[in-house]
Write a protein that binds this ligand. Sequence first.
Ligand SMILES: C[S@@+](CC[C@H](N)C(=O)[O-])C[C@H]1O[C@@H](n2cnc3c(N)ncnc32)[C@H](O)[C@@H]1O
Length: 416
Amino acid sequence: MPKDNRNFFAKKKDWSEIKDTLLGAYLKPYFQKILTTKHPVFYVDCFSGKGRFDDGKPGSPIIALNVRKECMASTKSENASIDMCFIDLNYALELEKNLRDYGDFRWKPIIVSGKYEEKIIKVLENKRNYNVFLYIDPYGIQALDSELFDRFSMFAFASFEMLINFNSFGFFREACRVLKVDYTKDAALTDLDDLIEYSPIQVDSSQKSVELLNKIADGTYWQDIVNDFNAGKIDGYQAEERLSACYKQQLQKRYTYVLDMPIQIKKTNHPKYRLIHVCNHEDGCLLMAQNMLKRTDELVLNIQREGQMSIFDFMSDVSTDSSGKQTTIYDVKKKMCSYLQNYKGEVHLNKLLAEFYGKYGLIGYINMVNDALKELETDGFIQICRQPQFTGKTRQPSRFMEEKGGRSVIIRRLQS
Ligand SMILES: C[S@@+](CC[C@H](N)C(=O)[O-])C[C@H]1O[C@@H](n2cnc3c(N)ncnc32)[C@H](O)[C@@H]1O
């Protein structure tokens, strides 16, 4: 039975906390960095909610407004501006009330009452040359219209990013319903706590429902996955992984960098939903990768191990994802070696890292990937060329592995 959506804001749950922490932690460095481009920023929370949960905890709008206040107070950029817009179908009035004390008249957030699907194009219409960020956190999957994602990619924004809460298990359950496949005996699709019960999408076995899912998925690939699940070739967890990988691939047709962070709440070794970040610039992708890796560490530590440290927390050459899977520097090195085959010439480090995470997922800390690159240099497989080549005072060869503040790192392949 679907849960009554009105209960959603009664108490902030762990999984809302995880999403909002990731958002808040990303927005601060994002605003700080993007303000230096001198283009104005336009932030849209497309499914805002009430602004505040009934237990007093801040919702995504208040989190973003607080980060804006902090960044605007500290920025040195002239004419810096961050406009904010909050859309909600059901809670515009409560939002208005809860956000009353945020921002003077110049910085008053725009509140839009209605459906994101119907309002967003108009909201973005005059935002040419803005740095635009959309936070998309719906209850379910119905509003995730891939045609809109297509249209966003055609606007002439200065830059564009989206953070999407993709309820992949919810999608797969609907897909089974549409194709009349029984999923009720599969643990992955039944043991979902109260997560997907907030998605009262109405699907049946009609052609209209098939088309609705095609539109959300941006293709028909989900039908093959359901058929393989029905034939017993894959279980629910494998189906979800395949579905998410295909969903990501579709986004990669329009956006250069797509990252996903599987979110797991308890020690069950399986994710419950995914946060997907899309952008067209390697710096945005890397910033989010860093943030997701850090949040994954906190998640592993706080929720899965209930605060207990593990031996792996003290090892910088092993990383653990939220499903408990460990990655060593050797795994990273092997994958990097294979990925570098794509390059005949040279590539900037940031671009390489962003592409690597887009292809393999968040499989190791940035330090681990950098260490793997250094080992590949020692093995004679690549050359790492840094500018400036030497350190300022002592004139020692530079060792940095970071591209910022006038420093560049280029990776050059040496062997075929
Ligand atoms: C998951 S909640 C958002 C929670 C919010 N991000 C937070 O952390 O505080 C989803 C919100 O979307 C709203 N909503 C549902 N359908 C919508 C639609 N089609 N367009 C815009 N908002 C919608 C609901 O009223 C609800 O407040």
